[in-house]
Design a protein around this ligand. Structure first.
Ligand code: G1P
Length: 302
């Protein structure tokens, strides 16, 4: 099964930088955001490669993951070769599809239709980094426990953020624990580990119309039927072809589950404040940078 990684957006929140560098190539600590996402997909259960959706301004992404003997000949230190080779090895697991115009997440995902062989597929939004690779494993376990059903990662958000996300409605029927999936006796349980059966969902609702505070996070494991439904999906919120709208249509035909993640499992890098925060969190968790950053922060707050 394939992982689909949409990376075709203009990245306008990061202008002017993104006029010259795709937003997915901005570094978190020592490597591009997209490299974390591709590493996560490569480690996912049953995943045999990733399809990266690009636009014509993103060709530098392909170059980055390709071997470049001329560039290597200019590198002197062994560790510099190794750093490049890590990215180049990942490149061998990638295929690329070019999206002709920005027509929404659903359209971008559907661009990979010919590559998914009518099998289930993962979707990883490229502005979220999940350093410990936990979430796709969890989605896979929940899906396996439900005959291969679609499972999407969700997280509880505060009221004032609801209108930025797709929001689900449903009930908590189970909890994924260390000993596997066990029944839940609290239909509204929205803490990490909760597994909800989804009744409906809505893309970017007004706060007062939101059926819950569980927001779609950016990691999905989807059934092949979703790809078929995307082929006939009409534009929705913002005039774009929304993945969420095809997920809603699929609910008439097949069950879908949501898995509540721990928000500390992933970092959003999609806005400048969140990007800065992701770097700080990850630097503090990395022994190469933690002590120096603590010192610098102590100076700032002294
Ligand atoms: C997309 C999805 C939305 C999800 C969000 C997560 O929206 O359409 O359902 O909650 O990603 O980041 P976007 O942020 O691309 O507008």
């Amino acid at each position: 099964m394939k992982a689909i990684i949409p990376a075709a957006g203009l990245g306008t929140r990061f202008l002017p930088t993104t006029k010259g560098v795709p937003k997915e190539m901005l570094p978190v600590l020592d490597k591009p955001v997209l490299q974390y996402v591709i590493e996560e997909a490569a480690a996912a259960p049953a995943c045999d490669g990733s399809v990266v959706i690009l636009s014509d301004i993103k060709e530098s992404i392909e170059s980055y993951f390709q071997p470049d003997p001329a560039y290597h000949s200019r590198l002197k230190k062994e560790q510099h070769h190794e750093a490049c080779e890590t990215a180049e090895k990942l490149g061998a697991l990638l295929t690329y599809v070019y999206q002709d115009a920005p027509r929404g997440l659903g359209h971008a995902v559907h661009c990979a239709a010919s590559k998914t062989d009518n099998e289930p597929f993962y979707v990883l939004l490229a502005d979220v980094v999940v350093p410990n690779h936990t979430i796709l494993q969890e989605l896979y376990e929940v899906s396996q426990a439900h005959n291969g059903a679609s499972v999407i990662a969700v997280f509880a958000v505060p009221d004032d953020q609801i209108s930025r996300f797709g929001i689900i409605a449903g009930t908590c029927e189970e909890i994924l624990s260390d000993s596997g999936i066990v029944p839940s006796d609290d239909a509204a349980y929205d803490k990490p580990g909760a597994v909800w059966k989804i009744d409906s969902m809505i893309e970017k609702p007004k706060r007062e119309l939101a059926p819950s505070r569980l927001a779609i996070f950016g990691r999905y494991l989807l059934s092949p039927r979703i790809m078929e439904l995307l082929s006939t999906q009409e534009p929705g919120a913002g005039g774009e072809i929304q993945l969420t709208d095809s997920l809603v249509r699929s609910l008439e035909e097949e069950p879908m589950y949501a898995y509540v993640i721990d928000p500390n499992e992933g970092y959003d890098t999609g806005t400048i404040p969140n990007y800065i925060a992701a770097n700080v969190h990850m630097a503090l968790a990395d022994e190469r940078y933690a002590a120096l950053l603590r010192e610098a922060l102590a100076d700032v707050f002294a």
